[in-house]
Structures are given as C-alpha cells and as structure tokens.
Ligand binder design. Structure first.
Ligand code: FAD
Length: 119
C-alpha cells in the first residue's frame, strides 16, 4: 500500500509556504497588470487572516501594518521579491535563524545559482 503522509506541522507548513510565496514573487511580472497587482495584494493581505498558524499570522499582521505590501506590489517583481525577503528575514531573526542575503533571491527562487548548483 502507498505510504501515508501526516498533517503539516508549523515547520513544514512554513517551508512549503515560503517556497510558494518566493517562487510566485520571482515569477511576478516586472510590469504587472492591474489584475495581477490586485490578486497579489489579496493573496498577501489574506495571510494574516488565513495562515493556519495563529501566532505566525498575528506576527505577520503586525509586521504588515508597519511594512504594507502595497508599494512593493505596485513596483513589480524586483520590489516584491525584496519586500518578501525582508518579511522572511524578520521571521528568521525572531526564530534565531540566519538572515538571507536579499541580493540572491532571484538565484535562489528563479534563475538557479550562478555556479550551476541547481542544473
Ligand atoms: P525556512 O525559513 O522555511 O526557509 C526555506 C528556505 O528559504 C531556506 O532554506 C532558504 O533557502 C530560503 N530563505 C531563507 N530566508 C529567506 C529570505 N529572507 N528570503 C528568501 N529566501 C529565504 N515559524 C515559527 O515558529 N513562528 C512564526 O511566527 C512563524 N511565522 C511564519 C510566517 C510565515 C508567513 C511563514 C510562511 C512561516 C512562518 N514560520 C514561523 C515558519 C518558519 O519561517 C520556517 O518556515 C520554519 O521554521 C522552517 O524553517 P527552515 O529552517 O526549514 O527554513
């Protein structure tokens, strides 16, 4: 019979959610349409309401009050990638994890590393 998987814990949910969010930001158009901008803004602003880790959702909601995503979304791919990298770094810092260099976000999530590591 097939191996059975278990419900996601906070760590696995987080890893997979970051994969989705960073990858989606890295494929967001440099010059998004109105519809793309409005959908992206809905996706991000719904997380503090819907993300199924309530303490994570609360922290994210406070962070987004002082760092709203609107301008980042308006600016298109590169400003959105950076905004999201900074959101993730705030969580990293809170959890005692290393900060990620936001200059490398395109290599990590879209283009692959310059040394060919992901070919
Ligand atoms: P993750 O932090 O999941 O990172 C996955 C990969 O992303 C890394 O291996 C790295 O290659 C890359 N990466 C790391 N930092 C960045 C960055 N700044 N920009 C781009 N790429 C990066 N957990 C809690 O315990 N408390 C919380 O309050 C909490 N809040 C969260 C809020 C959100 C919105 C999300 C999506 C997750 C949250 N988590 C929280 C989960 C936590 O962030 C991690 O996902 C989890 O601890 C697993 O960590 P990890 O070490 O596997 O790497």
């Amino acid at each position: 019979s097939l191996p059975r998987d278990c419900p996601a814990d906070v760590e696995r949910l987080g890893r997979h959610t970051w994969t989705f969010l960073h990858t989606t930001a890295s494929y967001f158009p440099p010059s998004p349409s109105l519809a793309q901008k409005s959908s992206m803004l809905s996706l991000l602003t719904s997380l503090p309401t819907l993300y199924p880790c309530s303490s994570c959702a609360d922290e994210l909601g406070s962070y987004m009050k002082s760092h709203p995503p609107k301008e980042a979304v308006e600016g298109g791919r590169s400003t959105l990638e950076r905004w999201l990298c900074e959101v993730h770094n705030e969580v990293n810092e809170r959890l005692g994890k290393e900060a990620f260099n936001c200059d490398n976000v395109g290599q990590r999530w879209r283009d692959g590393w310059e040394d060919g590591r992901c070919d």
